[in-house]
Design a binder for this molecule. Structure first.
Ligand code: SIN
Length: 327
């Protein structure tokens, strides 16, 4: 049997509320040890050790905690006695942590993140089964080299592409146009696709993680949006991701502010889209001076993470453009 380390960070999987109910609970309350005790059958599929790194609602996760988590995983995963890592996490920001770790973990050993939509005290809590499958996935030979994955409701997602698409149902995730990496049936793993983008052991960012990352903010465009948000963010951010309309678009007023702030403050802009499906290409109508970098298929919240890593090594726009094409 494989040796799997479970690194717990909190979330609804560790949440408690009124016995049997699914709402009005507090995330990040019970220990990973107690969650594991609720799935005794897991001892038949792996040797398990656990660490309680944090126990928070995932809305409290930030860059500092991401760096602590990534450095802890990089330290643990070097050990010959560990074959894979499972991270338990809240679902609200799981997609951001998954992409952060895709860029920051330096290993081809499996890293699988999971969580739950129902607290541990609910009737039919989904956490124990998700954790059981995540452990099986992290211990599976085929998982090696697949990058950071998220396991949720029998489905294997890539850390780069997963998005929360439902804030209420148990089947809360999707990979948009890319389907999923595969499925699970109990502890059995069935892969059907893989990502072509660089991750984990291929990532230029994972070899040497910094102590802090440059600040990048997100500006959400809507009909009639005041461009003042761009000036506000430019005061203390090195990069701004625009969650634009359509193909990452915005008004002439926004275009003028983007041009001015690019020139006067060397702010690096990325154009993403508030639309969940599609791809943002560079566009000579909405960005005639090529000030912005296209986010490709990354959502604004994921593009923010990549831009922050990119700015930690370069401010050269062409180099950052290439990073967005490859990751
Ligand atoms: C959280 O993200 O920590 C709370 C919500 C959840 O885990 O589903």
């Amino acid at each position: 049997m494989k040796n799997i380390m479970v690194v717990a960070t909190g979330g609804t999987i560790a949440g408690i509320g009124e016995k049997g109910k699914t709402v009005a609970y507090h995330a990040g309350e019970i220990s990973v040890e107690d969650i594991l005790k609720s799935i005794p059958s897991v001892e038949k599929i792996a040797h398990i050790q656990e660490i309680q790194l944090f126990n928070v609602d995932s809305n409290e996760i930030d860059e500092t905690k991401w760096l602590v988590l990534a450095k802890k995983i990089n330290e643990l995963i070097q050990s010959e006695k560990i074959d894979g890592i499972v991270v338990t996490h809240g679902t609200d920001t799981i997609e951001e942590t998954a992409y952060f770790l895709s860029l920051a973990v330096h290993s081809d050993k499996p890293v699988v993140i999971t969580g739950a939509m129902r607290p541990a005290t609910a009737t039919s809590a989904d956490g124990p089964y998700n954790l059981y499958q995540a452990i099986a996935l992290a211990g599976n030979e085929q998982s090696k080299g697949q990058g950071v994955m998220v396991l949720f409701s029998n489905t294997i997602y890539s850390g780069r592409d997963i998005q929360k698409v439902n804030n209420y149902k148990i089947d809360a995730f999707d990979q948009k146009a890319f389907g999923c990496l595969g499925y699970m049936q109990d502890e059995h793993v069935y892969f059907f696709s893989k990502t072509f983008k660089y991750h984990t052991y291929q990532s230029i960012f994972s070899k040497n993680l910094p102590d802090a990352l440059p600040k990048v903010g997100i500006a959400y465009f809507y009909a009639g949006a005041d461009p003042y948000i761009l000036d506000y963010l430019a005061q203390n951010h090195e990069g701004i991701v625009i969650a634009g309309s359509g193909n990452g678009n915005y008004s002439q007023k926004w275009l003028n502010r983007i041009n001015e702030l690019s020139e006067s403050k060397q702010i690096i802009f990325v154009r993403a889209s508030r639309v969940p499906l599609g791809i943002v290409f560079s566009d000579h109508v909405f960005d005639p001076h090529e000030q912005c970098i296209a986010s490709n298929t990354l959502s604004a919240q994921k593009a923010r993470i990549l831009l922050s890593f990119a700015l930690s090594i370069t401010h050269d726009k062409q180099q950052i453009r290439e990073i967005f094409e490859n990751y």
